[in-house]
Design a protein around this ligand. Structure first.
Ligand code: GMT
Length: 373
């Protein structure tokens, strides 16, 4: 199939998932066309059957805001028409689902039919999409997609409850590629980070408010007071400066490292003892799944879709949002006994296997096939 994938290029779960899906589909022989405002973060190379089409926006002094949607719609029309795509798969409803719908209408006028699959990721529904400023357009574009998928059962229910949805929404969970995300031997790296055998705790996110990164720091402080530990932050975003300040205030700055938007996430996860994800909102929690694939137990909040991947008392623990004492207590329980720790690591890995890329990719291919037919 010739598949157009529309996604955000930035450091966020929807773009990561879209890119990994496209790369995996390309390995299977499909022709993949990424359409985005810049090269997506995980798109390390374009090959014989991976193409990238940049959406550039021409601004004009009259415009207060650059008309990105219009540029995207025109780019979609162009790419579908000239690359002869069979299907468009858009990730994150805003504004991608509406842009795809508009492109589909324009193409229909040219006698070209293009099915559109929309994947809902989380904040496009739970945060931004619910805003009355966007809700009518989001509802309309979901209802006019040929197929709609959501990354968790929580997200499907939330969408159906809040929006007037006439379409069936299929749940297709996020996935992990075990060829990349598996525990690797990184003894030198571990020694460099934790020279005295400290425990290594990791958090990955885009440092937005919904991630409650401040809870990561406070939980870490409580853990570090009892068991000497190091905290590694992967990613970057708007909260970063405030979090650095908090690390100084809580006197843990010497035990915390900000690694930024690094490529080799799996190498850091390979040396991790525990993963923290205290989010206020998390439709799925792809970062936690990638940690679990590397045999890292997860201490998380119980927000939204997290209970669908983190199994309470088995792969880690969940606590109410903001309950840092409980998160630290659970972390200490896991970290203080090597046998218990090992059980949690094995269970985390076992649970991650449910979300293996090869299984989940088939579900997307089935959806593509059903709308093309
Ligand atoms: O978490 C973010 O802010 C990024 C966001 C995105 O759309 O890029 O992630 C959402 O999609 C991921 C992939 O499906 C999910 O794993 C995340 O849970 C979800 N984030 C939220 O719901 C806050």
């Amino acid at each position: 199939m010739k598949i157009g994938i529309v996604c955000y290029p930035t450091y966020g779960g929807s773009g990561v998932l879209a890119t990994e899906l496209g790369k995996a589909l390309a390995r299977k022989g499909h022709e993949i066309h990424f359409i985005s405002s810049s090269l997506p973060v995980r798109l390390d190379s374009v090959g014989t059957n991976i193409f990238f089409h940049e959406v550039s926006v021409v601004n004009y002094p009259l415009f207060e805001y650059p008309p990105y949607e219009l540029a995207l719609i025109s780019r979609l029309v162009d790419v579908v028409k000239y690359e002869k795509l069979d299907i468009l798969h858009v990730h994150y409803a805003i504004p991608h689902a509406f842009a795809a719908f508009a492109a589909k209408q324009i193409l229909a006028g040219m006698g070209i039919s293009i099915p559109v699959v929309t994947t809902l990721h989380g904040t496009d529904i739970t945060l931004v999409g619910k805003d009355p400023l966007y809700e009518p357009a989001v509802t309309y574009s979901i209802n006019h997609s040929d197929a709609v998928t959501a990354v968790s059962s929580y997200l499907k229910n939330e969408t159906c409850q809040f929006f007037d949805i006439k379409k069936d929404i299929k749940i297709i969970y996020n996935f992990v590629d075990f060829n990349r995300f598996s525990k690797k031997k990184k003894d030198h790296f571990k020694l460099a980070i934790a020279p005295a055998g400290e425990k290594i705790i990791v958090h990955t996110s885009n440092f937005r408010r919904v991630k409650r990164v401040e809870d990561v720091v406070t939980t870490f402080k409580l853990i570090n007071d009892k068991i000497p530990s190091k905290l590694l932050f992967i990613g970057d975003g708007p909260e970063r400066a405030r979090i650095e300040q908090l690390c100084r205030t809580l006197l843990v700055a010497d035990d915390v490292r900000f690694l930024g938007k690094i490529e080799a996430v799996e190498e850091v996860l390979s040396v991790a003892d525990l993963f923290l994800l205290p989010s206020e909102q998390e439709s799925f929690g792809l970062a936690a799944l990638e940690a679990m694939a590397c045999q890292v137990p997860v201490i998380s909040s119980d927000a939204e879709g997290l209970p669908e991947i983190n199994v309470q008392g088995v792969t880690g623990f969940m606590s109410p949002v903001g309950d840092v004492e409980s998160m630290a207590e659970n972390a200490l329980y896991i970290l203080s006994d090597p046998e218990i720790h090992m059980k949690f690591k094995e269970a985390a890995y076992h649970q991650a296997q449910r979300f293996d890329l090869d299984k989940i990719m088939l579900q997307y291919e089935e959806v593509y096939q059903s709308v093309i037919n």
